[in-house]
Design a protein. Structure first.
Length: 441
């Protein structure tokens, strides 16, 4: 059992009376460790998705409070709301949410882009919102704008040619990320060495008949043929985009994964949304949200969270995690690089993986994601481990390490952070130093 070096009463005091960023630091810890959003959501936090997942029953009110404020919501918060929707979280009454989001369209072009993303997922994207989003900086809009254009165009009756013309304006490296924005928010587990094996295995798992795929030839040709066959006659944005990509030079492994997603999408969803997620691998936000609403763990035997994680069955893990928060989620620490959903789940189930965190921090390899989790786990063992570790050589890892030290909220770590910031002038220590100052350390 993980014990924090700060008790709940002390965190509540910081969350309600201290200045930023100490206030956000404490609010994040209250959510992640005590499932308590009564003090509100952090003003800005890089682990917003995990915070939303940690206390799903309190999210709607906390989101409402931020959006009804006259203050401009942070981009991280708005992006997390879109991800929260894809994770099936209840963000509040749809029309009230849409109305509150539209109030912030004029805050800035970057905010308009993030608002447009969520409105698109809610089926409320209009031409005026799309025009506002189109003025966002290219660095932020490179993936988001083509995705929005496809969603909007298909909703207005556009088909395969519209999707192809949109993708033709995008660099090759952006094509698969655009498809991922239209598809599941986590990687679908696929098994097999070629497209035939992938689609056959998934069809047996989720049920339903496969259409014939007459193509012969190389692994890549058969994978592309399966994508076209499975996407044929479907008119949703994901299937149309997958069809368009099948004629482009994507690696066969990606095409096989796309074919697997289409097999799941073509299957008949079970009448019971819980079984659609647990057994049929469905990934649509609507079905996951329905499953969250009706799931009663006293009536439905839930599989162990650890077994779902071992199978990379992230959709089911998102559904089960709130009911097994104390269960061991240590397998997630091995999968943090696999997908952002793994880190989000790890953050939302820290009571289940926090005990294993110190041992993982001492292992060799890229530990940036582990340091980000350590920043959310101010326990005695994590603090001692951080102080014992040598300063990382990699700049990104070093910055994450410094912030984890500052996030312990301990005078012992504060001294080391200030020494590092003084000795390493190239290290961006502003975030960590600001937190220490706000905590009066």
């Amino acid at each position: 059992m993980v014990e924090l070096i700060h008790d709940r009463e002390a965190l509540v005091e910081v969350a309600t009376t201290f200045s930023e960023p100490a206030r956000s630091w404490a609010r994040a810890l209250l959510a992640l460790w005590f499932r308590d959003l009564s003090a509100g959501l952090p003003h800005d936090h890089q682990e917003y998705p995990a915070i939303l997942l940690s206390a799903p029953e309190q999210v709607a009110q906390a989101v409402h409070d931020i959006l009804q404020s006259s203050a401009t919501p942070s981009l991280a918060f708005l992006r997390a709301l879109t991800l929260g929707h894809r994770y099936g979280l209840d963000l509040g009454p749809p029309q009230a949410l849409v109305s509150a989001l539209r109030r912030h369209l004029g805050d800035s072009a970057s905010v308009a882009l993030r608002v447009a993303e969520l409105l698109a997922h809610l089926g409320e994207l209009d031409a005026a919102t799309l025009r506002a989003a189109a003025t966002a900086p290219t660095s932020e809009a490179r993936i988001a704008l083509p995705t929005l254009a496809i969603r909007f165009g298909v909703e207005k009756g556009g088909g395969l040619e519209l999707v192809r013309s949109t993708l033709a304006q995008c660099p090759p490296q952006d094509l698969y990320p655009i498809l991922c924005e239209l598809g599941p928010a986590w990687p679908i587990p696929v098994h097999g060495r070629d497209a035939d094996a992938v689609v056959t295995h998934l069809a047996e798992r989720v049920g339903g008949e496969l259409p014939p795929c007459p193509a012969r030839g190389s692994r890549k040709l058969r994978a592309a043929a399966w994508v076209r066959t499975l996407a044929q006659a479907r008119t949703d944005p994901f299937s149309l985009t997958a069809h368009a990509l099948s004629n482009l030079p994507l690696p066969p492994g990606l095409l096989e994964r796309i074919a697997g997603m289409l097999v799941i999408l073509r299957s008949d969803a079970a009448r019971d949304p819980v079984q659609s997620i647990l057994q049929h691998l469905r990934w649509e936000p609507r079905i996951l949200a329905q499953a969250r609403q009706v799931l009663d763990p006293t009536l439905v035997p839930l599989p162990p969270l650890s077994s779902l994680l071992a199978e990379d069955h992230f959709g089911a893990a998102l559904l089960v995690a709130p009911h097994q928060r104390e269960a061991s989620t240590a397998p997630l620490l091995e999968r943090l690089a696999l997908a952002p959903v793994a880190r989000d789940l790890a953050g939302a189930t820290l009571p289940g993986c926090g005990e294993a965190l110190p041992a993982h921090l001492e292992r060799a390899g890229d530990r940036s994601s582990l340091f980000r989790l350590a920043a959310l786990t101010p326990s005695g063992p994590v603090l001692e481990t951080l102080l014992r570790l040598p300063i990382p050589h990699d700049p990104e890892e070093r910055a994450a390490y410094l912030f984890a030290l500052a996030s312990m909220g301990s005078p012992d770590c504060a001294e080391r952070v200030r020494l590092m910031a003084h000795a390493l002038p190239d290290l961006d220590a502003r975030e960590g130093l600001a937190l220490l100052d706000a905590l009066h350390l």
